[in-house]
Ligand binder design. Structure first.
Ligand SMILES: Nc1ncnc2c1ncn2[C@@H]1O[C@H](COP(=O)(O)OP(=O)(O)OP(=O)(O)O)[C@@H](O)[C@H]1O
Length: 701
């Protein structure tokens, strides 16, 4: 197929003709089915009317006739249910891949989609990627491979003749991918071959010729509608993980951008589909540490048909679970816990010390007031706290004790409003209309830290008493490295003996808690025997970014490097004498980028919220720059100015790190992991900009 760029070879033209003919046939068949479906709608109407008549009859029927009437109503309802499940594939995009095999019944074409559909007379077979046995052949074998698969009791052998990924938009074929060959249709209708580019495995391609001084590889120049569906792209290893039996616990590990979230959510979709009765969506949950990832997960679940699965952040999950478990109408929660106190309360050493000190409490000792009192006693008991610090092996400083004791004393003080009960409320307001305690340390009185909620739940769950909190049938925990041991313990109790769960994680991305290691995580959930899968390919980031991410991790980097999915633009490193110059330079580059690529998604990821605010002030007058510090990403084109804690699990076309300085990223393990997270959010190009003293973590780059 070696013809000059732009000119299609006869083989390429044949592929296009074949796929277009297929699509025409499928759409014709679906249209006919839709018309027939019209009759079915009439049938549905008839059944609804019949049900209403039966209901009316039942109101006035003699008691002796009721069993017969109820039986008829049940039958009608069953027929109605059957009507509703006949769903046709979407006309706008009925499938996303084409597989042709030469098997026991000769040559046969299968199309992979989200809804099964068969029309033998038109020779159309759309199979559901989640359960059709033939889908395994698609995911496990390449074009030209011989295959051997057990379909139930039957061994099937054959050869894969065709394996193509297709993109269909609004009923039009717009892209075909066969191995490294990518054929794309322009909006005007002409087909062309493009460089394997963004998808190619280490083959050079789009972006490699980009000058490091210029931001932009053309990725955001036009709308990204023709993107391949990630369900079609799952590799064999990911597909195996998605197919692990529903009742088995699974741990999915892998470097940043290797598809852990993708696998976890696809497994959820598969389980919900295979065993809807045992795994109702209402009793499955996705829990993630941050709001941004929660929003992204909801967006990813929608096309998988799982809009009803609840996605919660750790904080919102703990708050709701605590309210239900303790039957509390509202809890006065303090969300601004000092970082050191927060670290202390989430530390594995505290979990162990708590268990050793309190043991399993009797049910009567686990009411909310009693548990709060017990915790307050412990958090002001210096000997107990010193024990925790010493068990943390240097991870918690001794200064944490003073801070925790002071903080707890303020929390257990009697709230001012209670002390001043009976005083005229008008006299208790300050000149600016605020309450007396507002903006003073008294504000803390009577509050609980967000971090206390999992601890209270843990103490209660140990005795097996989580009150009215509903059991879970399957849970997905993403970024599990950031869950504390007590949170994991509570989740484990909510799963009970079911143990059906998917954990996704990467210890190199741990930021918000001290990670106790995977064996401890699994033990806490009671799933020590969980199957583990390690994803090997770094799909998100091109090779230059993957290499830098490893360099930054230093000795923490895992011994085997992930396989880079593709080549890409070199990383841009820019240094300026002072911050103002650096900010101006980035501002100009962003302005210019968005003029050229108005559909690009860009993140400026600062080390912390203050730095993000400072940078955003410079762009505050633009319509395209959004300050995002509470995870409220819109996922629209434009620039999100944010910080490291907000971006875990997310990805952007372009990432600019505006403060790659020694102050923001000094030489320590935590700084290494934080810089690593920021770097690995980029799917096309990365810039690191510094002023003053450049981060030593970039030495040698
Ligand atoms: N087999 C695949 N082929 C191509 N792209 C893939 C494949 N698997 C995942 N991706 C894409 O790679 C990107 C990263 O995937 P995902 O977010 O699931 O990775 P992750 O391991 O959870 O990342 P992180 O560690 O940052 O949380 C996404 O854009 C996803 O669509």
């Amino acid at each position: 197929m070696s013809t000059p760029d732009g000119e299609l070879s006869p083989e390429e033209q044949a592929i296009i003709s074949e796929e277009e003919a297929f699509l025409r046939r499928v759409l014709g068949s679906l249209e006919a089915a839709r018309l027939r479906g019209g009759e079915r709608t009439q049938e549905t109407e008839r059944l609804i009317a019949q049900l209403e008549v039966l209901r009316d009859d039942a109101v006035s029927a003699p008691v002796a006739d009721l069993p017969h009437l109820f039986h008829q109503m049940d039958q009608t309802r069953a027929l109605l249910d059957r009507q509703k499940v006949t769903r046709l594939p979407e006309f706008s995009a009925p499938y996303f891949a084409h597989l042709k095999v030469n098997g026991p019944v000769g040559d046969r074409d299968y199309l992979l989609g989200r809804t099964s559909y068969a029309d033998a007379s038109a020779d159309v077979r759309i199979i559901d990627w989640r359960f059709a046995p033939v889908a395994r052949v698609f995911y496990r074998y390449g074009e030209g491979d011989s295959y051997e698969e057990w379909f139930g009791e039957r061994l099937s052998e054959g050869t894969v003749l065709v394996r193509r990924l297709v993109v269909i938009e609004r009923g039009r074929l717009t892209r075909i991918q066969v191995g490294p060959l990518v054929l794309v249709r322009s909006p005007e209708g002409a087909w062309r071959r493009v460089g394997a580019g963004a998808m190619s495995p280490l083959a050079g391609g789009m972006g490699t010729a980009v000058r490091p001084g210029r931001l932009g590889v053309g990725q955001g120049a036009s709308r990204r509608e023709g993107a391949l569906d990630v369900t079609a792209l799952l590799d064999a290893e990911q597909f195996e993980a998605v197919n692990v039996a529903a009742d088995e616990p699974l741990l999915v590990l892998g470097s940043a951008g290797s598809g852990k979230t993708t696998v976890a959510l696809h497994r959820l979709a598969k389980i919900a589909f295979d065993e809807r009765a045992r795994y109702p969506e209402s009793r499955m949950k996705v829990i993630v540490p941050e709001e941004g990832l929660a929003r992204l997960s909801r967006r990813l679940l929608a096309p998988l048909g799982l809009e009803k699965v609840s996605v919660e952040t750790l904080d919102s999950w703990a708050a709701l679970t605590a309210r239900i478990a303790f039957g509390a109408k509202a809890l006065k929660v303090w969300e601004d816990t000092p970082p050191l106190v927060s670290k202390f309360k989430r530390h594995p050493a505290l979990r162990r010390a708590l268990a050793a000190r309190l043991g399993v409490l009797k049910s009567s000792a686990t009411t909310l007031p009693r548990l709060r009192k017990r915790l307050a006693e412990l958090f002001t008991d210096r000997r107990f706290l010193e024990g925790v610090v010493s068990h943390s092996k240097g991870d918690l400083p001794l200064t944490a004790i003073d801070e925790l004791v002071r903080h707890t004393m303020l929390q257990i003080a009697t709230p001012l409003e209670r002390e001043l009960e009976g005083v005229d409320p008008d006299r208790l307001q300050t000149l600016d209309g605020k309450s007396l305690q507002s903006d003073t340390p008294d504000e803390l009185a009577g509050t609980l830290d967000l971090e206390d909620l999992p601890l209270l739940l843990f103490l209660r769950a140990q005795g097996g008493n989580l009150g009215a909190v509903g059991r879970l049938v399957h849970v997905v925990l993403d970024e599990t490295e950031d869950f504390s041991l007590v949170e994991l313990f509570v989740v484990g109790r909510l799963l009970g003996d079911a143990r059906s769960c998917t954990l996704a994680g990467d210890e190199m991305q741990q930021t918000s808690t001290s990670f106790a290691g995977w064996p401890a995580v699994l033990a806490e959930l009671g799933i020590q025997d969980a199957a583990t899968c390690r994803l090997q390919v770094s799909y998100r980031c091109p090779a230059p970014i993957t290499a830098l991410a490893r360099h930054v991790l230093g000795t923490q980097a895992p011994s085997t490097a992930p396989q880079a999915g593709r080549e890409g633009a070199p990383v841009g490193l820019h240094h300026f004498p002072d911050e103002a110059q650096a900010h101006l330079f980035i501002g100009e580059a962003l302005r210019e980028l968005l003029e050229r690529e108005p559909h690009a998604s860009v993140a400026v990821i600062a080390q912390g919220p203050e730095q993000a605010r400072a940078f955003h002030r410079m762009l505050a007058d633009t319509s395209w720059a959004r300050l995002v510090l509470e995870g409220d990403f819109s996922f629209e084109p434009g620039v999100d100015v944010t910080d490291v804690d907000n971006v875990k699990g997310l990805e952007f076309d372009y990432v600019v790190i505006p403060d790659a300085t020694a102050r923001a990223y000094p030489v320590n393990d935590e700084a290494r992991r934080r810089l690593h997270i920021a770097i690995t959010r980029a799917s096309h190009q990365l810039w690191l900009v510094s002023s003053g003293v450049r981060s030593p973590l970039l030495a040698g780059c």
